[in-house]
Write a protein that binds this ligand. Structure first.
Ligand SMILES: Cc1cc2nc3c(=O)[nH]c(=O)nc-3n(C[C@H](O)[C@H](O)[C@H](O)COP(=O)(O)OP(=O)(O)OC[C@H]3O[C@@H](n4cnc5c(N)ncnc54)[C@H](O)[C@@H]3O)c2cc1C
Length: 454
């Protein structure tokens, strides 16, 4: 059997490794358009910042035993009837590669908004290794002193941190009312405070309308405010699925272009599977498909696709959108649904915000965590959580406790029954997660006992 995989990043490599783990006999070939198989693009901000000085260290792995990895090979078309992929190789020659089973893991592309000036050479997107080389070289060779970042999602935030680390003065312009619109704006504002503490000029609620040349730099303007000037601009306004190849082969796609797959990562076209940022994601709480492009999800979906393409029967267990980002001294994490997302999903959400120490206050360096908990007023089911706190105060560990509880469909109250670890320098007998759950339960019960409040 010939398994052919298009895409050599998280999804494609996870698929190849799983298939090889399960079967050492089949032939596995993997092609990727660039020369960076299994590099961690999640690490690009840290290469640009200089914290990871050698880009080669971003390789998740460099050995792919018994897997034919074809770099600089671009798939240009798929003919499902003949089971052939048309490929342009590294020297521009056309090839036809036959397959028995095919997995598409072509990822995503950065959105380039249709704005005057967006193609200015001083505007840098950040999605691929090559993007990072371009930006890194510009900073190293020309030493710009200032930058404007367009987009205040997690990549924009990581880039603000990275560029301050490189000594630049940074302005961050975002369309949403507060930075990081994937968390409640109350928490977004805490992140804005942290950005300002570190010298970043934050301009939220501003849709950029144009980028103009200032002679040696650029200026970003929009929303009626004054233009914000910088010597370079970084564009981080989101991504969209890189799915045209699959769609042209007859694979159904959703409205936003993500390829449709079932929970076996199978598409509607026989013998074609797909995984990662180019596909829809089954959401474990909503019980429906959505699009949550994350490295964690791409790895899991790729593994499922790799297993099923060679005859397995594994189901993708669903995504919760769990993520964490470090912004200067803070870490911000979320899992599950925000209040508005839960309401849109047909739940009756109640969200509480509370503050708890990460460990016993009598032990040095205890720090407050701000925790939002969202649960359903009808059933008490946990629907989501978000945490902001010092990056060394166990934010990621704690969001993962919430994520595990969500995965298992627990109620908020049941969080109190978890046997979590405790020693005074690291926690409390009731962990911060449980204290936040108790706050939610108090609000839930008080709403239920208030006439008209249930
Ligand atoms: C700056 C940055 C930071 C991030 N940080 C995080 C994080 O902290 N946590 C997290 O979970 N996620 C993070 N992500 C998201 C994560 O990197 C992606 O979700 C993940 O890389 C998706 O993997 P993928 O394999 O689906 O696609 P991609 O990584 O986009 O890879 C696509 C692959 O397909 C190949 N390809 C595309 N078209 C063709 C073609 N026609 N022919 C052949 N090959 C083709 C490409 O060469 C590449 O190998 C970050 C992303 C970025 C850009």
């Amino acid at each position: 059997m010939k398994l052919l995989i298009i895409g050599g990043s998280d999804a494609g490599i996870a698929a190849a490794l799983r298939a090889r783990e399960l079967n050492n006999e089949i032939s596995i070939a993997l092609l990727l358009a660039d020369e960076f198989p299994n590099f961690s693009i999640c690490g690009l901000p840290f290469y640009v910042s200089g914290e990871t000085p050698n880009w080669r260290d971003l390789a998740h792995r460099t050995e792919f035993p018994n897997i034919e990895v074809l770099t600089n090979h671009t798939a240009t078309a798929i003919s499902p009837a003949e089971k052939i992929v048309h490929v342009t190789d590294s020297v521009g020659a056309e090839k036809r590669m036959a397959y028995d089973q095919l997995i598409i893991g072509t990822g995503a592309r950065p959105i380039v908004p249709d704005l005057p000036g967006v193609d200015h050479p001083l505007v840098f997107p950040l999605h691929t290794m090559h993007d990072s080389f371009r930006l890194h070289d510009r900073i190293t060779e020309k030493g710009p002193r200032s930058a404007v970042i367009v987009g205040s999602g997690y990549i924009g935030l990581e880039m603000a941190d990275a560029l301050v680390h490189r000594g630049l003065t940074v302005a961050l312009v975002g369309r949403s009312p507060a930075v990081l619109p994937t968390v409640e704006s109350k928490l977004g504002r805490l992140i804005e405070d942290e950005l300002r503490r570190n010298g970043v000029r934050v301009v939220s609620g501003t849709a950029v309308e144009r980028i103009t040349d200032t002679g040696g730099g650029i200026a970003v303007s929009g929303g009626g405010g004054a233009a914000i000037a910088g010597e370079i601009a970084v564009l981080a306004v989101g991504i969209r699925p890189n799915s045209e190849l699959g769609a042209a082969a007859g694979v159904h796609a959703s409205e936003n272009g993500a390829l449709c797959v079932n929970r076996h990562m199978r598409t509607n076209v026989e013998t074609i599977y797909a995984a990662g940022d180019c596909v829809e994601t089954w959401h474990r709480i909503l019980g429906a498909n959505t699009w949550l492009p994350l490295g964690t999800t791409a790895h899991k979906q790729g593994r499922v696709a790799g297993e099923n393409a060679i005859g397995g029967n594994r189901e993708f267990q669903g995504s919760l959108g769990t993520q964490v980002v470090k912004v200067f001294e803070l870490a911000v994490a979320r899992t599950g649904l925000r209040d508005a997302e839960a309401a849109a999903g047909g739940f009756d959400p109640l969200t509480t915000f509370s503050e708890h120490y990460d460990h016993k206050a009598y032990y040095p360096r205890a720090r407050k965590l701000v925790i939002a908990v969202t649960g359903d007023r009808g059933t008490g089911q946990l629907l989501g959580a978000q945490i902001v706190g010092h990056w060394q105060s166990g934010v990621a560990k704690r969001i993962d406790v919430f994520a595990s509880a969500l995965h298992h469909g627990m109620t908020v109250e049941a969080l109190n029954d978890l046997d979590l670890s405790y020693t005074p320098p690291l926690g409390s007998p009731w962990d911060a997660v449980q204290m936040a759950a108790q706050e939610w339960v108090r609000a839930f019960k008080s709403a239920a006992s208030t006439p008209g409040g249930g």
